[in-house]
Design a protein around this ligand. Structure first.
Ligand SMILES: Cc1ncc(C[n+]2csc(CCOP(=O)(O)OP(=O)(O)O)c2C)c(N)n1
Length: 525
């Protein structure tokens, strides 16, 4: 079988293809985007007709993947951690319906918030939904666990979550692949009422989910993904989850540590393995990327007879990404001196590209807002969020995708006028347009500026569902045609654009300004 050099994301994509995947459904989001992009580029996927077009958002992606699973085929939904908040309704309920074809939900967490609004830990969502969670330590494990995940999903009739974090997603390693499995034939569930979550039926399904928990624990106890490595130095025992195991191995090798280790890469956690382990050592150090998920369940709220150290207790920082240096410090070892960064490497804050259409939009908006008291521009998530920085200082919020329109609405309801939303085209179709419907229904005086660069710029220029459709969508939602204004954000149109925006700011009704000019990066491509 071929050996390939792959990113963690790509290893998952390749493994899914090798596992007989029939469709990937996803909305872009760092650090998960490359999974779908790999499948989109794959000749083999094209030959087989594997679905890989982007979805409008993570919820539609999760639901479409569930639909494909209903029809008996293997499907994968991919998203970043905050995307799982958007998909949560479908995700949690998919554990109640169960699955037919194997369903893998890949969620990429971003500790340290390299490219995110928070660093939430998706393992909680896995436990909340009561489904198995796999957490690879290496790219090879990402490959192997993806393959195992599909098999596990079909054996238990449940969705399976694969949780990765940024370093694993975005670093490369050699992967040994294994033989391809053929795609499932189309076959409907044997019980055609399985997916109907009417209370009477849902109660039975929920009981069956509860009933499978003990079997999931047994699977975790016996799985090679959770394993005990004996050590001679019992003063301390190490519990290392996911990629943290990798960091520990690096430190242990160089410092010749001989502590017993338990590697956790499959949840629900195996209580038997853990109990036996803690009985053998004097204290436990929990190394886990994200929240103190495992540490918290080990300590509970009652005082224990043994010591558990970790992120909660304070031996490791409570937030931010782990790395071998942090692990070293938690083990009481001296950290290697930090290598000086050469002077040529400058810390550069992110900035809008030279020639970006958002710049001209903000220049016109700022001028149009002129004498109004500042503090009335609700923005959203995308390249245009950089409008928060100087020299624009143009926005006052960025909370979650779609929140610009609805926050502007709430502020307008409170009496703020003008109340402005700035949103990108992809974010608008992701979740901004439902908020616009609220605005239209109540005729709330809000000015929505859709900064349409005809791509999903922030995540690398994926196709945007909004391209060529914005005017029709806004009309369809009910915005008056005379208040749907299209402007071309170029320096030469600055005066005219400012005047149009100023006019709509004064208007005490619903208006949408579509500021349309293609992203200069996608033009270059
Ligand atoms: C729920 C969620 N999903 C995905 C992302 C990742 N993400 C951030 S901005 C963005 C889209 C930006 O596209 P657009 O609105 O068109 O603005 P642009 O970056 O092109 O200016 C995406 C996918 C996120 N932050 N949150």
């Amino acid at each position: 079988m071929p050996r390939l050099v792959l990113l963690g994301d790509e290893a998952i994509a390749q493994a899914a293809l090798d596992s007989g995947l029939s469709g990937v459904y996803a909305y872009p989001g760092t650090p998960s985007t490359e999974i779908t992009e790999y499948i989109q580029r794959s000749d083999r996927a094209r030959e087989r007709g594997v679905h890989s077009n982007w979805s409008a958002n993570e919820k539609t992606a999760m639901e479409a993947a569930l639909g494909m699973s209903y029809a008996g085929k293997r499907a994968m939904a991919c998203m970043k951690h905050v995307g799982l908040n958007v998909a949560a309704d479908a995700f949690v309920n998919s554990a109640i319906t169960g699955v037919n074809g194997g369903l893998l939900v890949v969620v990429a967490d971003d500790p340290s918030m390299h490219s995110s609004q928070n660093e939430q830990d998706s393992r909680f969502f896995g436990r909340f939904a009561m489904i198995p969670v796999l957490e690879p330590s290496t790219q090879q494990e990402a490959y192997d666990m993806t393959r195992y995940g599909f098999e596990l999903s079909e054996r238990f009739g449940l969705p399976v979550m694969l949780r990765i974090t940024t370093r694993l997603a975005h670093s490369r390693s050699v992967i040994s692949t294994s033989p391809e499995t053929v795609e499932n034939e189309l076959h409907l569930p044997s019980d055609l009422r399985q997916f109907i979550l009417l209370p009477a039926l849902a109660r039975n399904r929920y009981r069956s989910l509860l009933g499978s928990q003990q079997k999931l624990i047994s699977e975790s106890e016996g799985s090679g993904n959770n394993r005990l490595e004996h050590g001679t130095d019992r003063r301390k025992g190490i519990i290392a989850c996911g990629i943290a195991y990798n960091y520990y191995c690096e430190v242990a090798e160089s410092a010749h540590l001989k502590y017993p280790v338990i590697k956790i890469s499959q949840y629900p956690v195996p209580p038997g393995l853990l109990n036996d382990f803690v009985a053998e050592v004097r204290e436990v150090l929990v190394l886990e990327e994200g929240y103190p998920f495992l540490e918290e369940s080990l300590t509970g709220i009652l005082r224990n007879s043994y010591t558990v150290r970790g992120r909660l207790e304070g031996s490791l920082p409570r937030d931010g990404e782990l790395n071998p240096g942090v692990v070293k410090a938690a083990l009481g070892l001296q950290q290697s001196p930090v290598r000086e960064i050469p002077a040529i490497v400058k810390n550069r804050p992110p900035a809008l590209c030279k020639g970006c259409s958002h710049i001209d939009m903000y220049n016109a908006l700022n001028e149009a807002l002129g004498d109004y008291v500042p503090g009335r521009v609700f923005s959203d998530i995308g390249c245009y969020t950089l409008g928060a920085l100087p020299p624009y200082n143009a926005i006052n919020s960025c909370v979650d995708m779609g929140a610009s329109v609805t926050m502007a609405k709430g502020a307008a309801d409170a009496g703020l006028h003008p109340s402005v939303a700035v949103i990108g085209d992809s974010t608008f179709t992701h979740s901004g347009m439902t908020g616009l419907l609220d605005v239209v229904i109540e005729k709330t005086p809000v000015t929505v500026i859709i900064s349409d660069n005809s791509t999903t710029g922030m995540t690398g220029g994926q196709q945007s569902h909004a391209t060529g459709r914005l005017v029709e969508i806004c009309r369809g939602i009910g915005v008056g045609p005379e208040h749907i204004r299209v402007i071309n954000p170029l320096k030469k149109h600055h005066a005219e654009n400012t005047q149009i925006i100023a006019g709509e700011l004064e208007y005490r009704g619903v208006s949408v300004i579509i500021s349309r000019r293609e992203c200069i990066q996608t033009i270059r491509k």
